[in-house]
Design a protein. Structure first.
Length: 483
């Protein structure tokens, strides 16, 4: 019996040893996995010590624990909404996340969001490397010049093995993280004494701090939008969209809200204490040495998410190069891409200023600026313009129907980004509107509305019927057995 495009393959390979695919299409015969696996994957992926640092910001700016947690819940809930809806693109298109942008920006025009995305991946890897090193130095003292290359090398090995190993590790790591950090959370709430600092003790409502905490939580989870299809593209094409989006949302939002809220509690009760030391101190309230166990478990999670970041940076980097010079999606190309990413991460980590927490907060805000216009354009195209109907082979054809430069996507991205500038609030620049708001940054809302709305407007005269024949040819070439 012939198979329809929306059905799962009758049989597929078991978990592969070393992944062979990179930016290329995943055939229906290779589709596998379960929708619910997205939940623990994104839970563990977001449940890292760096996530906790986002929750320190509200209390440090005079916001009470309650108001900080509310800002975190609203911000992470809002940011994850956009991230989760990208999950549906993976099984429908069978492609990694960022190469899909060629349909909106063109094979070469996509270099704009690609560059921003590589910046995000490498930035996260740098901060993860620094924090993981601090964790390991509690039990294995060694200089940064030793640990940085070692940790990056481990992450590269994980990324070389690829998709299935990443899913397996994240799924089982979830159980360990929940067990350990449930204890830490109870200790932080019940056993950690209140701060003696008068300013911290009198913290309450502060509108600017609330918006900053909201923006950081939202931006942090929006940044995961660049990953999502990388880890859902192997799912069967008929995976239920609602369940897929819900599991992705629950995993990513749940872990962010939990860990950022824990950070708010610890940041309010232990103001000015280094994040690793604070986490160790809370854990030691159970018994001496448990804090070190907590930090080491968190360090393991950091190393695995470094593998996720390295994998995504490699896919995006290959996609960028392929737009200008065709790249065969081989294992060797993946390894070369991963090594290049690793060298960049080690170099930046060794050169970054000591005040990395301040640098991290600025990084989260910056990536929000660059990614918001992209996610708006990409989602509007998938859900409202082309409605999930793409000619996959044409995405890899620079002279095909999507072209080299997608002017609609580029204009919408550029205008949306420029519209955000007056709302920016950074250490080195505060836009006029942000200044009027007391330093609060609401640029993400402006970028989403302007970029998404303008792209939808520019696509009113797009002749989608002309793409029908290309989609039929693409399906015939990719899935000749599917009718």
């Amino acid at each position: 019996m012939s198979q329809t495009i929306g059905s799962s393959p009758a049989a597929g390979p078991t978990a592969s040893r070393i992944e062979r695919r990179s930016i290329d299409y995943v055939p229906l015969s290779e589709r596998r996995g379960k929708v619910w696996h997205q939940g623990p994957f994104w839970f563990a992926g977001n449940f890292v010590i760096v996530t906790m640092f986002v929750g320190f910001v509200g209390p440090s700016m005079g916001l009470s624990i309650g108001w900080s947690i509310l800002a975190i819940v609203l911000g992470a809930g809002f940011g994850t909404f956009f991230m989760a809806f990208h999950a549906n693109q993976g099984p429908k298109m069978g492609l990694p996340q960022m190469i899909q942008s060629r349909a909106q920006f063109g094979s070469r025009g996509a270099i704009v969001p690609f560059a921003a995305t590589v910046f995000v991946y490498i930035g996260f890897m740098v901060f993860d490397t620094i924090i993981a090193t601090q964790g390991l130095q509690l039990v294995l003292p060694a200089a940064e010049w030793f640990w940085y290359p070692v940790l990056v090398a481990i992450s590269i090995v994980i990324a070389v093995v690829g998709h299935d190993l990443l899913h397996f590790v994240q799924r089982w790591l979830t159980y360990l993280l929940v067990a350990v950090f449930a204890v830490v959370t109870v200790l932080a709430v019940t056993a950690l004494p209140a701060a003696e600092d008068a300013a911290i003790a009198s913290a309450g409502w502060e509108p600017t701090a609330f918006l900053v905490q909201f923006s950081l939580a939202a931006g942090y989870n929006i940044s995961y939008a660049v990953y999502v299809s990388d880890y859902s593209r192997y799912l069967p094409a008929d995976s239920p969209s609602g369940k897929l989006i819900a599991w992705t949302y629950a995993g990513a939002a749940g872990s962010a809200i939990w860990l950022m809220s824990l950070g708010a509690v610890i940041g309010a009760k232990l103001p000015g204490v280094d994040g690793i030391q604070a986490l160790q101190g809370v854990g030691d309230l159970l018994f001496p040495g448990f804090g070190t166990i907590v930090v080491l478990v968190g360090t393991i999670a950091l190393i695995t998410i470094m593998g996720v970041n390295a994998y995504g940076a490699m896919l995006t980097g290959i996609s960028a190069v392929d737009g200008f010079r065709p790249v065969r999606p081989t294992l060797s190309a993946r390894v070369v891409g991963l090594v290049a990413v690793g060298l960049a991460v080690v170099t930046i980590a060794l050169l970054i200023p000591a005040d990395f927490l301040g640098a991290f907060n600025s990084f989260v805000i910056l990536m929000l600026y660059f990614l918001v216009p992209w996610t708006a354009v990409n989602l509007v195209d998938f859900y409202f313009v082309r409605r999930g109907r793409y000619a996959i082979t044409e995405i890899f054809n620079p002279d095909g129907i999507y072209g080299r430069w997608g002017w609609r996507g580029l204009v919408a991205y550029g205008v949306g980004f420029l519209a955000m500038v007056p709302f920016f609030a950074l250490g080195f620049y505060t836009g006029p509107v942000a200044e009027m708001l007391g330093g609060a940054d609401i640029s993400f809302a402006v970028g989403l509305i302007v970029s998404g709305g303008l792209y939808l407007l520019l696509c009113r005269n797009l002749d989608l019927s002309a793409e029908d024949a290309a989609r039929e040819r693409s399906l015939a070439e990719l899935e000749p057995a599917v009718r």
